[in-house]
Design a protein around this ligand. Structure first.
Ligand code: FAD
Ligand code: UDP
Length: 389
C-alpha cells in the first residue's frame, strides 16, 4: 500500500493544479513526484545574485482570456500588470513584432505603406489578425509582395532555427501564434488579462501545492518507481499494484518505455549572462530572425521593472532533443506535424486501456499549451468529473 489515493507525476502547472484539486475538492491524499530539484516545471523562476527575477527555462509571460483560470490562480498570487512587447532586429532596425501597421510604416516609404494599409484593412478588416501562411495565399500582388517580405525577413529563418524545418513543414498553428496584425497595437498578446505573479511563478506553484493532503518528492524520476503492466492494464508503484489514480504530465513515449518508438521534441540551450550595465536592450525580448544562431534575447529586469545596476540576459539556441545527451535532454517543445501526431495517437490509444491513468499537460498531451491552457484543462477536467458524479 502506498498510502496515497493519487500519484501525480510532474510539479509544473498541470501537475500542481491536479494535485491541488484532488486534495482540496476530493480530500484525496496526493503524492507528487518531480524529477527536477525544484517545483514549477518550465515556469520555474528565482531571484539570482544580482536581485533580478530570472526565468530558468526561458521567458514566461502570463496572458489569458480564460476568466476561470484568472480567478483560480488569483487565489494563490497577487499580480504585477505586464504587457509583453517584442522587437525584431530586421535589416539593422529594431521594429515591432508581431508585424503590425507600425512595423509596416517603419519598413516601407509612407506612400507605399498607406496603400498596403488600405488593402490590408479592405481584405482582412481593421484589427484583423492574419497568419503569414494565409497572407501568402492572397491573390493580390501587393499583398503577396508584402507576405513575401514578412515571410523572408520575419518567419522563415526564425522558424528554421527554432524547429529545424521550414514554416510549411510544421503545423500552421505554430506560425499563426504570431499573426500579422492590422492595427497599431504593438503588444505581443491581446488577451484580457496580462500579468506576472508578483512573487514569481515558483512561489505561485508552491502556494498551489501547499496543502496538508499533498506531499512533494523532488529529484524523483517517476518512471523508476512506476511500471505499466500491459497484460493486466494496471499500474504498479514500487512493485505493487496501485489502484488509486495516476496523473501523468510527462512524455508518453517515456511512460511506455519507448516501445512504439520515440516522439520527436525540440530542445533549447540557454546562454545566461549577468552584465555590469543597467540596461542591455530597450525592452524584454528582441527577436533575431536572421543574423545569429540564437532566436531571441530576453532581458529579465524589464518584466518586473527592477531598477538595479546589473542586468541578466538569456540567449535561446534551439537544438535537436536527445534523451541520452545531458545538454539536449529537455523536451521543451513537441514538434507539431501530422506524422508526429499519428505516433502520439498510438501511445494515447494504448493509454486509454489504463482506466486509472489521467494524462495532462504540454508533454503528455503533445500540444503547444500556454500556461493558461495547462491550468484551464485541469479545471475543465474537474468540472466534467463533477458533472459525471
Ligand atoms: P511542464 O512545465 O513541462 O511540467 C512538467 C513537469 O513534469 C516537469 O517539471 C518535468 O520535470 C516533470 N516530469 C516529466 N517527466 C517526469 C518523470 N518521469 N518523473 C518525474 N517528473 C517528471 N507559456 C505561456 O503562457 N507564456 C509564455 O510566455 C511561455 N513561454 C514559454 C517559453 C519557453 C521557452 C517554453 C519551453 C514554454 C513556454 N510557455 C509559455 C509554455 C509553458 O512553459 C507551459 O504551458 C507550461 O509549463 C505547461 O505546464 P506543464 O505542467 O504541462 O508542463
Ligand atoms: N516566429 C517567427 N519569427 C518571430 C516570432 C515567431 O518565425 O519573430 C514563429 C516561429 O515559428 C515560432 C512561432 O512563430 O516558433 C511561435 O512563436 P512564439 O513567440 O509564440 O514562440 P514561443 O514563445 O512559444 O517559443
Amino acid at each position: 500500500m502506498s498510502g496515497f489515493d493519487v500519484i501525480v507525476v510532474g510539479a509544473g502547472f498541470s501537475g500542481a493544479v491536479m494535485a491541488e484539486r484532488f486534495a482540496s475538492q476530493q480530500n484525496k491524499k496526493v503524492l507528487v513526484l518531480e524529477q527536477r530539484p525544484h517545483i514549477a516545471g518550465n515556469c520555474y523562476d528565482y531571484i539570482d545574485d544580482s536581485g533580478i527575477t530570472v526565468h530558468h527555462y526561458g521567458p514566461h509571460l502570463f496572458h489569458t482570456n480564460k476568466e476561470q483560470v484568472w480567478q483560480y490562480l488569483s487565489q494563490f498570487t497577487q499580480w504585477t500588470p505586464y504587457e509583453h512587447k517584442v522587437l525584431g532586429s530586421i535589416d539593422g532596425k529594431l521594429v515591432p513584432i508581431p508585424f503590425n501597421l507600425n512595423t509596416l510604416y517603419q519598413l516601407y516609404p509612407n506612400v507605399q505603406a498607406r496603400e498596403i494599409e488600405s488593402l490590408l484593412v479592405e481584405h482582412y478588416g481593421a484589427g484583423g489578425r492574419v497568419p503569414i501562411l494565409e497572407l501568402r495565399k492572397s491573390p493580390y500582388e501587393t499583398l503577396q509582395q508584402l507576405a513575401e517580405l514578412v515571410y523572408e525577413k520575419f518567419f522563415v529563418n526564425y522558424t528554421t532555427k527554432q524547429w529545424g524545418c521550414s514554416p510549411e513543414d510544421i503545423s500552421p498553428e505554430v506560425t499563426a501564434r504570431v499573426p500579422i496584425v492590422i492595427s497599431r497595437d504593438d503588444r505581443y498578446f491581446h488577451d484580457k488579462y496580462q500579468a506576472i505573479p508578483s512573487q514569481g511563478y515558483t512561489q505561485l506553484i508552491a502556494k498551489i501545492l501547499n496543502h496538508n493532503n499533498i506531499e512533494v518528492r523532488l529529484n524523483t524520476d517517476a518512471t523508476s518507481l512506476i511500471r505499466l503492466n500491459d497484460a493486466t492494464k494496471s499500474v504498479e508503484f514500487k512493485g505493487q499494484e496501485f489502484n488509486g489514480k495516476l496523473v501523468f504530465t510527462g512524455m508518453l513515449d517515456q511512460l511506455f518505455d519507448y516501445s512504439d518508438g520515440e516522439l520527436p521534441y525540440r530542445s533549447l540551450q540557454f546562454d545566461f549572462q549577468t552584465l555590469d550595465t543597467p540596461e542591455f536592450q530597450p525592452n524584454t525580448t528582441v527577436n533575431y530572425p536572421n543574423e545569429h544562431a540564437y532566436t531571441r534575447i530576453t532581458e529579465f529586469k524589464h518584466i518586473l521593472k527592477q531598477g538595479l545596476d546589473q542586468t541578466v540576459i538569456v540567449k535561446e539556441y534551439p537544438q535537436d532533443y536527445n534523451r541520452n545527451d545531458p545538454t539536449k535532454n529537455v523536451p521543451y517543445y513537441p514538434i507539431f506535424n501530422q506524422d508526429n501526431q499519428q505516433k502520439f495517437d498510438q501511445y494515447k490509444k494504448r493509454l486509454a486501456y489504463f482506466k486509472n491513468i489521467i494524462s495532462a499537460g504540454r508533454l503528455a498531451d503533445y500540444k503547444y499549451y500556454n500556461m493558461d491552457d495547462a491550468v484551464g484543462n485541469v479545471l475543465s477536467y474537474f468540472e466534467s468529473e463533477q458533472s459525471v458524479c
